[in-house]
Design a protein around this ligand. Structure first.
Ligand code: PLP
Length: 388
């Protein structure tokens, strides 16, 4: 399996295994793992990862953002439960049934519409989202009673099979006191609703509220599922807070040195003349740019690793190329530059990059574009190449 060695990502399945196993140890034994595999597994390559989770790690629950992603999982042979976490227009009711996908109900009117569009004689499986403080989606009432009234009405709609309720935590990744209390209140709200619905004989198989941060920083006792995203991919939910086990970043991002040259003092590099050499320098050009999802905010700020050494990006990141100062480093055309990952004793993480751009590691890995093939490794051996 070959690929163009221009800019590519390396996805390591054995690292996923380590991260999943470590996270599982934190869960109440009754809490089942639900792997969040939206957005091409946060850019890591769903075609390789999801079958691996299902076959090798015995994961039975998957969550995606939309119906296209859900259908794609069925198309590649995934048999487990698939939950769509976001809105699906009611016109897709037939496909939800056909592909046996569980749909999130975003509000009561959404449930009514789905019910109307459900083909006669069928039922759409649903989980009802409750808004307990994220203010994004979910049934949104100010008392447990009113919330349960709405859920109960939804449970009685024809064409719908209410199987669960869930909520999403807004600040589970914070250790600030106010935030910790906010999370506790969110958890109290959903567990109170679950107890009240039980009294009203509304049967729910699943009540869930944990994300990665919730799973490690909060009690997992009352969540039947833990929706594991970022930690599975080896990044921290919050880059400034410790995770209680060693995370293994799953994805490495690499590119090639395409040219090396010696330049004089006072030479301008790249668009906009934002960088001028202060002394004679050795400059390497590397085959990656913002069209590959390598952020332009790294201009004059980021670093790459070449032959175990750090090299600073000089001048602006271009669409397809960058330049680095490699003065004093042994470099030749064809050498590999590590943009994310380890080389010798040096490491650059997606979180390091995110910090420079005042963003989060999630965004950095999700943004690696489809021009970049994902080369899949298991136990250090290349087993597949995903091209888009
Ligand atoms: C994306 C998402 C998750 C996963 O969050 P992580 O922080 O990546 O673990 C869980 N639940 C919902 C509803 C989501 O949208």
């Amino acid at each position: 399996m070959s690929y163009l060695k221009r800019a590519w990502a390396e996805t390591h399945l054995d690292r996923i295994k380590t991260n999943v196993e470590n996270f599982r140890k934190f869960l109440n034994p009754k809490t089942e793992l639900l792997c969040v595999v939206k957005a091409n597994c946060y850019g890591n390559g769903d075609d390789a990862i999801v079958p691996y989770l299902e076959k090798n790690l015995n994961v039975n629950w998957f969550a995606v953002s939309n119906i296209e992603e859900a259908k794609h999982l069925r198309d590649i042979g995934i048999k487990g439960e698939i939950l769509i976490l976001g809105y699906t227009p009611p016109e897709y009711a037939k496909e939800l049934v056909k592909y046996d996908i569980i749909q999130t109900v975003t509000e009561e009117s959404h449930a009514l519409e789905l019910s109307k569009f459900c083909p006669i004689g069928n039922r759409i499986r649903i989980h009802c989202a409750l808004d307990t403080g994220m203010t994004r989606i979910g049934v949104c009432e100010n008392t447990t009673k009113k919330t349960c009234d709405a859920v109960e009405r939804i449970s009685n709609l024809k064409g719908l099979e209410l199987e669960g309720i869930f909520t999403h935590l807004a600040v589970a990744d914070s250790d600030n006191n106010d935030d910790v209390n906010y999370t506790r209140k969110q958890i109290e709200k959903i567990t109170a609703a679950a107890e009240e619905l039980k009294k009203r004989l509304v049967v729910l198989n699943q009540i869930h509220f944990l994300n990665s941060a919730g799973g490690i920083y909060h009690s997992t006792d009352k969540s039947t599922l833990a929706r594991l995203g970022i930690i599975m991919y080896g990044l921290k939910p919050n880059s400034s807070l410790k995770v209680p086990f060693k995370l293994e970043p799953v994805l490495d991002f690499k590119a090639c040195v395409s040219m090396v040259k010696e330049v004089d003092k006072d030479v301008f590099i790249s668009y906009g003349r934002t960088y001028k050499t202060e002394s004679p320098a050795k400059i390497a050009t590397i085959t990656v740019g913002y069209a590959d999802g390598y952020p332009r905010y790294l201009s004059n700020k980021g670093e790459v690793l070449i032959n175990g050494k750090r090299a600073r990006i000089v001048g602006r990141v271009c669409m397809d190329q960058i330049m680095c100062d490699v003065t004093g480093i042994d470099v030749k055309t064809g050498d590999v530059a590590t943009l994310i990952g380890a080389d010798g004793d040096e490491v650059i993480t997606a979180d390091d990059i995110a910090d420079i751009g005042s963003t989060i590691g999630y965004e950095v890995i999700c943004n690696i574009s489809r021009r970049v093939p994902r080369v899949i490794y298991e136990n250090g051996k290349q087993i597949d190449v995903l091209k888009y």
